[in-house]
Ligand binder design. Structure first.
Ligand SMILES: Nc1nc2c(c(=O)[nH]1)N[C@H]1C(S)=C(S)[C@@H](COP(=O)(O)OP(=O)(O)OC[C@H]3O[C@@H](n4cnc5c(N)ncnc54)[C@H](O)[C@@H]3O)O[C@H]1N2
Ligand code: MOO
Length: 348
């Protein structure tokens, strides 16, 4: 037996991981230490067997075809993990509600959403795990909408062999987070189906001078997330009328009130004043995100109320598209949630 370990070792016991050279006939059931490449000129060049592959009896003629009489196999020390097992253990530890993980491939395991929902990802856990070295965790940002099958994270082992202690350290970080917060660091929160009452302001629309474009745009945005505009009313740029229509929508008991247009600086822009006059607690008028900076968000007797600026009917991704799913996921938004949008909030 030739020992050509990637670490010094002259003992027989598996107290450190070694590469061992074996005859192909004797390699059945053992793991390949690296990818094996086949080249057939004019036809194929690629990986015939990936590293980590467990050799079977059927593989032997194929191995001989590519000139292999001997192979390197891994003898894992008890203190080490193969890259696939390391990535799998990390994924298993990290996954919470409504996510699933796939088979390991080249030391990587993908974590996917099972539902339409909002990502729930603990940034501090991601940072702590990535500080450990030898293992890596990459995720999308927190509070993003994901759809079934869409990836939101991937774990990866960096070397082929990873000290088991690294994975255990990652598991401890996750365990601590679960204990403190009662949820896993990576999950997806479902969206509730809500009924919105919508009021479109603008004399030019109310009088029929121009066709309404807000209705179809906002309806599509809600429907894409499993909610609906249950009623759509129209008002001219008159503050008193807008206030009364807001009262009306509130009385209907809708889960959310959306008031569109008239959100900026023109003398005919009455919407922010009307929302305030209707008695809403304004969380924020003005949002540090572009597009959607003129958005207003507040609560009218506990019911979320949005003032939606013109860009919402025009741009596919605005501050409304960021905040709406938060409401559907059941979050109560505070000023700090709006403030946090600015960093990374330029989308033009
Ligand atoms: N000097 C400034 N100008 C603008 C500012 C600003 O801060 N200072 N903000 C800009 C931003 S951001 C936006 S967004 C727009 C629009 O804001 P508004 O919500 O006030 O929009 P309106 O003035 O009501 O209308 C703008 C435009 O869109 C048409 N419109 C409105 N509603 C409908 C509808 N339901 N269907 C079809 N078209 C509609 C309206 O006729 C106007 O043409 O303001 C920037 N300007
Ligand atoms: O708010 Mo405008 O609402 O940024 O494009």
């Amino acid at each position: 037996m030739t020992s050509s370990g990637h670490r010094p070792s002259n003992e027989n016991a598996a107290d450190s991981t070694r590469l061992r050279e074996v005859k192909v006939e004797e390699a059945i059931g053992l793991r390949l230490a690296h990818d094996l490449t086949q080249i057939v000129p004019g036809q194929f060049k690629g990986c015939l067997f990936p590293k980590g592959h467990i050799v079977t009896r059927e593989d032997i003629p194929k191995l001989k075809d590519i000139g292999k009489e001997h192979l390197y196999v891994i003898e894992l020390a008890e203190t080490d993990l193969h890259e696939d097992d390391a990535a799998l253990r990390m994924a298993a530890a990290l996954c919470g509600d409504n996510v699933t993980y796939g088979e390991p491939r080249e030391g990587k395991v993908g974590i996917r959403s099972e539902i339409v929902g909002l990502t729930s990802i603990a940034a501090e856990v991601v940072h702590e795990i990535n500080r450990l070295g030898d293992i890596a965790l990459a995720t999308v940002l927190n509070h993003r909408v994901v759809r079934p099958g869409e990836g939101l994270a991937a774990t990866r082992a960096i070397p082929l062999i990873v000290p088991e202690s690294k994975v255990r350290d990652a598991e401890k970080i996750v365990e601590y987070y679960r204990g403190k917060h009662g949820v896993a660091p990576i999950g997806v929160r479902p969206l509730r189906s809500m009924k919105a009452g919508m009021l479109t302001t603008g004399t030019e629309v109310y009088t029929g001078r121009i066709e309404d474009k807000f209705g179809p745009a906002v309806r599509a945005k809600l429907e894409a997330l499993g909610s609906e505009v249950a009623e759509h009313r129209f008002a001219p740029d008159d503050r008193h009328t807008i206030v009364n229509d807001i009262y009306y929508l509130r009385e209907q008991g809708y889960d959310m009130i959306l008031v569109t247009g008239g959100m900026s600086v023109d003398p005919d822009d009455r919407t922010p004043g009307a929302i305030a006059a209707a008695g809403a607690d304004i969380v924020s008028y003005g949002t540090p995100m572009l597009p959607g900076s003129m958005l207003l968000f507040g609560y009218l007797r506990g019911v979320p109320i949005f003032g939606l600026p013109g860009c919402v009917m025009y741009d596919p991704y605005t501050s409304f598209d960021v905040l709406l799913p938060r409401i559907l996921a059941g979050d109560t938004l505070a000023k700090e949630d709006i403030v946090a949008l600015g960093y990374g909030g330029l989308h033009r």
